[in-house]
Design a protein around this ligand. Sequence first.
Ligand code: ADP
Ligand code: MG
Length: 606
Amino acid sequence: MKGFLKIVKYLIPYKGEALLSILFVFLSAVFSLFSLTMVAPFLKVLFGETDLVTEPVKFQLNTESIITNFNYVLSQIIINKGKIYALIFVGAAVIVGTLFRNLFAYLSKYFLVPVRTGIVRDLRNQIYKKTLILPLGYFTEERKGDLMARMAQDVQEIEASVVRSLEMIFRDPIMIIIFLIGLFVMSYKLTLFVLILLPVSGFFIGRIGKSLRSTSLEGQRKLGLIMSVFEETIGGLRIIKAFNAENKMQTRFESTNKLYTRLVQKIFFRQQLASPLSEFLGIVVMVIVLWYGGIMVLGENSSLSASVLITYLVVFSQLINPVKSVTTAYYNILKGLASADRIDYILQAEISVKEIANPVELKEFKHSILYKNVSFRYEKEFVLKDANLVIEKGKTIALVGRSGSGKSTFVDLIPRFIDATEGEVLIDGINVRKFRLHDLRKLLGIVSQQSILFNDTFFNNIAFGTTDITEEQVITAAKVANAHEFIIETANGYYTNIGEGGGKLSGGQRQRISIARAVLKNPPILILDEATSALDTESELLVQEAIINLMKNRTSIVIAHRLSTIKHSDLIVVIDDGKIVEVGNHDELIKIKGGTYKNLHHLQMY
Ligand code: ADP
Ligand code: MG
C-alpha cells in the first residue's frame, strides 16, 4: 500500500492526463463489452430464438431499455428484410463497436505517454539536482558507482516496470469492473459463483512473487558494485597494466558478476513461473464455469439459455486476461518499487550543509577569516582538532603538512563544502553558516590539484559560472594565467573543444585554464589546494607565474607540497595529524629546534 502511494506521488503532476486516460479506458471497456455481447443476438438469430419485439420502449440509459430497443430494431429488420440482413446488421454493430473500442484504447494510451515519459524525466532531474546540492563528503568512490547505477539502472527499471504497468493499472481494473457488470446482467448467479473462484486462483498466483521485491533490491545493489569496480578499473587501467594485475582484476570482477547473475536468475525463475501458472489456473477456472453454467442450462427449470451461456463464456474469457495482467502488473510494480526505494534513498539523503532561514547579507570581504576552536570529523575520528587561526585580509597564508594531515579539510570549511563538527569559522566576525551559500562562494576562488574542466570550449571553461562575459575579458584572464599563448595555437582558438575533462591538454595547460577561470571570477579570497603539486618542473614555472599574478591584491590560502613555493608567505601554518603545531613566517619556523617545519625543509633541501 505504501508502494502504491509512492506511485500516486509520481502521478500527481500529471493528474490531468491520467484522468483523461482513465476516461478513455472506461469508454473503451464499455464498447468492448458491447461488441462481445453482440454474440448473443447473433446466436439467437442463427438459432431462431429471437423474441420479436414489436413495440419500442422509451429510451433510457439502463440495460433493460437498451436491450429492448436493440431487440426492437433487430426484430424490425428480421420482419422486413429477413434473417441474413439481421446478421449483417449485428456484424456491422460489432465492427462499429470494435472501432470505437480501439479508438478509445488508443486515446487512453496516447494520454498516458506524457505521464510515462514525464515520470522518468522528473526522476532523473531530481537525482541530478540532489547530486548538485549534496555535500562533497557524500561522494566517496563506492558511492559514485552506486549513484551512477541508480541514475542509469534504477530509473530504467522504474520505466520498465512501474511506468509500463501504469497502463495496466489504469486499464485492467476498469475492464474487470465493466465486464463483471456485464456478467452480472447476463447471470448474477453464475457471476457470484465466479467471484468466489477468482480470489482463490489469485491467491495461488500471489504466492510466487512474494520475495521478488527484496531479491530485486539486493540485485540492484550488486549491480552498483559492478559499476563501481568497472569505473575504478577504467580509472586505474594504467596501474593495472603496469602491475600485471589484469588476471587478478578479472577474477575479482567475475566473482562480483557471478553473485549478481545468481540473484538475477533467482528473480527470473520466479517471474517465468508466474505466466504458465496463471494460464493453467485460468483454464481450470474456465472449465469450472463451463460446468456450472452447463448445469444451469440443462437443469430442470433451465435458468439460462444456451446462447446467453456462450456469450457469458466469451465475455468471461476476456476477463481472464485483464485479471492476469493485473497480477503481472502487481509484480512488476513490486520489482520496480525496489528501484524506487533506492532512488528515494538518495532523494531523502540528508543535506548536512544547510542554509539558515534568514541569512546575513554578505557583499564583500572586509577584514578577516577566523577559525575558532574548530574540530571536524568525517566519521568517528577527528581529522581536525581544535584549530585556531586568524587570516587577515590581504595576507598570504600557507598550509603545510604531510599528506592526510587535514589541510584540505581545513580549507574546505570556508566554502562550506563541509561544516565544522565543533567550533566555528567566521568571516568578518560572522559564522559562515549564517550566509547564503551563493554569496559565500562568490567571494572564493578555488584552484585544486585536479583541475576540473568540462567537455566544452576553452571559452566556456574559462567563463564557467559567470554570466555576460565578453571575449575580451576571457582573453585578458587567459593572458594573466599564461594560457593565451597555447589557446590561440589550437585549431579554433578560444572555441576549440578541450575534450572530456580537458583530456586533450597537458596537466600544466589544464591548470592554467583553471587559474584563468579564477582570474575571471575575480574573488577577494583565493584557495589554492596543491595547485602545482601534480605538475612537472617546467609547467610548474608557468603555472607558478600565473598563480603569482592571480594572488596579487587578494587574500590567499595556499596549500603546497614544495616549500620553495610558499617560503615568502606572510604566515606559514604547519598542520600535523589534524592539529596546528607551528605558526610563523619562514624565518621564525626554521629556527625552531626539532620543529616539524624545519624537518620538512631539511628533507626537501637535501
Ligand atoms: P590533506 O589535504 O592534508 O592531504 P585531507 O584533509 O584530505 O588531508 O584528509 C584528512 C583526513 O581525512 C585523512 O585521514 C583522510 O583519510 C580523511 N578524509 C578525507 N576525506 C574524507 C571523506 N570524504 N570521508 C572520510 N574521511 C575523509
Ligand atoms: Mg589535500
